[in-house]
Ligand binder design. Sequence first.
Ligand SMILES: Cc1cc2nc3c(=O)[nH]c(=O)nc-3n(C[C@H](O)[C@H](O)[C@H](O)COP(=O)(O)OP(=O)(O)OC[C@H]3O[C@@H](n4cnc5c(N)ncnc54)[C@H](O)[C@@H]3O)c2cc1C
Length: 540
Amino acid sequence: MPDDHSNVAPGLPALHTTLAAILGPENVHDDAQSLDLHSADIWSRGTATAALIAAPGSLEELSRTLAAITASGFNVAPRGAGMSYTGGYIPSLPNTVSLDMRRMNRVLSVRPDDMVVTVEGGCTWQALNAALAPHGLRTPFWGPMSGLMSTIGGGLSQLNAMFGAGHYGTSSESVVALTVALPNGQILRTGASRPAAEGAEKLPFYRHYGPDIAGLFCGDCGVFGIKAEITLRLIRAPAHEGYASFSFPTGESMLTALAEIARAGLASESCAFDPGLTRVRMRRASLAGDVKTLGAVAAREKSWLQGALTAFRVVRGGRNFIPDDGYPLHLVFEGRSATGVAEDVAAARRIALKEGGQEIENTIAKVIRAQPFPPLNSVLGPEGERWAPIHGHVALSQAPALFTAIQAVFAAFAPRFSQAGISTGYLFTHLETNAITVEPVFYWPEERFAVHAKAAEPSHLARLPVLPANPTATALVREARNEVQAVFTRFGCAHFQIGRTYPYLTSLNPAALALVENLKTHLDPEGVLNPGVLGLGAPL
Ligand SMILES: Cc1cc2nc3c(=O)[nH]c(=O)nc-3n(C[C@H](O)[C@H](O)[C@H](O)COP(=O)(O)OP(=O)(O)OC[C@H]3O[C@@H](n4cnc5c(N)ncnc54)[C@H](O)[C@@H]3O)c2cc1C
């Protein structure tokens, strides 16, 4: 029973008993510490505390769990690893069960003959990549930087940028089929399936047969159903990689170059920073981290000699290879042949130099590939400050102007930021041949939540000061976030990780809005799944 008995919702003890019978008592939690962990994300606390946490271990358990919660009149907040920051899984109403998907973490099958892999929704990107590596296979989009902990179900629910996104787009572009559990326990399957052995479930192999039903559940932030099993497309892991880094005098010139590199389809992923974020990253990196990183970079080379030479170059490059006031752009290339990759690197170099870029050591580009899923220590700043990004996907032609507009917002806030100890930075990346992600990031002195302690390594946490609550600074960050959001809206930006933060519904025309609202009513008639998320159904 909960530590605090004063606030027990009616029906909770009975629901607890039912769920314990379905899942085993060890998979239903209501201790204050766990409820606290599930009631705040990386940015904010929910307006309510979760009543219970239920962790199903299979599709059948998930289906029965959902049916029991819905029948009891409770709400459901699905949670993967909890590595998001837009209010997507935190409770907005007191009678909410947090659905912990991390027990459904298996890679169910790798089928090289059909070039598909099937995982459970709570499987991490790290576990997926580890299972595929021995086959020489990969998914086209193969993970966000949080992939050590973050789940594929969470990633598809709010979409992802990063590894492979330059060539193949976001996580949902790789989906072949989904098995979705609906709030009444019903199981919905998407995609074309081929016959399997006598008596066995048919095997999905292709996404498209009529309207794209899987697509409806991608980016839904869990409001339409729970992704229980996910089948993703495979590709052969590219045999050759290339790296290049450039520093630009302004954000605008860097974004002009990145847009042209995106149009030309050259880089499999990109990662760019402003001088503010470069300073933070350099302050955070530790000597122990450097040694580990060096080992990982060297290990990727095809011979020990090449590895040693690369490690030498990384050391020589050190941390001081980026001009202090520059905008570094790090690019990774991949392909079937060394010549093809070299041609892509050369083409990107021509674009970068034309836009005023200066070539710098490609250390960071190499490190990004060598350690794609590092420990999630960046959930806090180098002095233990809180960290919160906000992002917009902008049309290629508009990226420089968007950056200029956000800079103007930050310039207006500068005196108040400086007084409150708030600093900002930017991260940029591209999505296929169509969009650039602009991600302003805030750092400010504020107390940490349980989720921060869960994400970062204990040894890293131990080095950071514990800061006191600072609602004044947080209110100022919120005000600035809102103003940046207004700029994103002015530029018609799209967003991943919509949660309870980005104004999705108002971006839709009336016919599209009616479709989304009717879908919600059809799939979740009681409105129990993540009320308020996407702006659907209940309190924000
Ligand atoms: C250090 C750090 C680095 C990051 N780097 C990246 C990056 O490179 N690229 C990027 O795109 N993002 C990044 N993120 C953001 C975030 O980690 C990703 O969006 C990630 O995919 C979230 O996955 P999760 O399992 O933690 O989902 P959660 O945060 O637990 O949930 C996300 C949303 O999905 C819903 N949900 C979760 N599981 C399911 C399910 N099985 N069925 C239905 N709904 C579900 C939740 O209700 C919620 O609305 C980063 C975050 C951190 C902290």
